[in-house]
Design a binder for this molecule. Structure first.
Ligand code: COI
Length: 365
């Protein structure tokens, strides 16, 4: 189907201005949704042979799906996360939406779902942002979080790729994911893995996040807000946190982040941090880093800063790494110079306070 063809159905009962001001004053994360959604249907013989059709913007509301719909049984689902930012002059911008469009295609390929053309992804996201523009907060650290997803919608209980799918984008005003800028303690999950070689770790699919919930609860019981996964077969190589990538800053100014091995997510924030850091002159290595190296590095002072990053989390300093029977203390500088510089640059570009020298931003309004 061609672009520029979204039909529009007006929401007859949008949120009142009182409700909107209440929500935008303290949006939290993921708690509130807006007045509209974008949707596109798909049908085909197999994921490579089908048609996207009926692109539309319509009032936000529940989906009516048969209990035998494929997504409920075999988890055939992929999603994305990106944000729209309101700048001081009132204009509205998306951060690297093309990267999210490409990753959604890669994830869909892995889950045997149809790949949405990039231009349709961009048009759906931009149309929704325009329609829901009154929901974009303008407070410090706030944005409109966009959640595109594709689900298998065929009513069929056999195990094979669905012949019907729905692409939908919903939006949610957002502030700090962790609720505070304080360093976040991490739980090292020893009993559970998030993904294995050849699995779905590099895809952004619901199952990866579902698998992280039991260790996440374990972490919360130990006072930690995030869980970290490692690869037992590679000497406890650090992989990623429940929903974000991890970076280490060394005392010589170089930066290390786990390499993309196929079991971790290729974060859009991760790749932006790498580009920002290299542009500043930091050597950035994508390589294996083990928990042992983390422990020794913090003890010797070689690792000075540890932070996590993601669309929702932005750049969040890490505190202690806690595990059954022990802990690695926080690195000497939480919210250190490099973490702070990277966060300020990234959020500065996103909010229009720092020049967009990489051409990352797309204006919507
Ligand atoms: C995002 O950062 O967009 C994610 O999807 C991760 C999740 C922790 C909200």
């Amino acid at each position: 189907m061609s672009t520029q063809s979204f039909t529009f159905t007006e929401n007859s009962s949008p949120a009142s201005s009182e409700r909107l001001s209440q929500v935008l004053a303290a949006p939290g994360f993921g708690e509130y949704t807006t007045d509209y959604v974008a949707k596109i249907d798909w049908a085909g013989e197999d994921p490579q042979h089908g048609e996207w059709s009926n692109a539309r913007i319509e009032p936000y509301g529940p989906l009516a799906l048969d209990p035998a719909t494929a997504v409920f049984h075999y988890g055939q689902e992929v999603f994305e996360g990106l944000k729209a930012y309101r700048h001081m002059d009132g204009s509205v911008w998306l951060f690297r939406p093309d990267a999210n469009a490409r990753r959604l295609r890669r994830s869909a390929r892995r889950l045997a779902l149809p790949e949405l053309p990039e231009e349709l992804f961009l048009e759906a996201v931009e149309s929704l942002v325009r329609q829901d523009s009154r929901w974009i907060p303008d407070g410090e650290g706030t944005s409109l979080y966009l959640r595109p997803f594709i689900i298998a919608t065929e009513k069929f209980l056999g195990v094979r790729p669905s012949r019907e799918a729905l692409f939908e984008v919903i939006a949610s005003p957002a502030a700090n994911y962790f609720g505070s800028p304080e360093p976040v303690d991490i739980w090292w999950s020893r009993d559970y893995a998030r993904a294995g070689v050849g699995g779905t770790g590099a895809a952004k699919c619901g199952g990866n996040y579902a698998a992280s919930l039991v260790p996440q609860l374990e972490g919360e019981a130990h006072g930690c807000k995030q869980v970290m996964f490692t690869d037992e077969n590679r000497d406890h190589a650090v992989e990623e946190l429940g929903g974000m990538n991890v970076f280490f800053v060394l005392s010589d100014g170089s930066i290390v982040t786990p390499a993309l091995t196929g079991t971790i997510l290729e974060g859009v924030t991760r790749m932006s941090i790498i580009e920002l850091a290299r542009d500043r002159g930091h050597a950035v290595e994508e390589r294996t880093i083990t928990v042992g190296e983390w422990r020794d590095g913090v003890a010797s002072g070689e690792i000075t800063e540890v932070f996590a990053c993601g669309t929702a989390a932005v750049v969040a300093p890490m505190g202690r790494l806690v595990y059954e029977g022990g802990e690695i203390p926080a690195a000497s500088q939480t919210n250190g110079e490099v973490t702070t510089w990277l966060r300020t640059q990234l959020t500065g570009i996103q909010t229009g306070r720092v020049e967009d020298r990489f051409g990352w931003m797309t204006q919507v309004i």
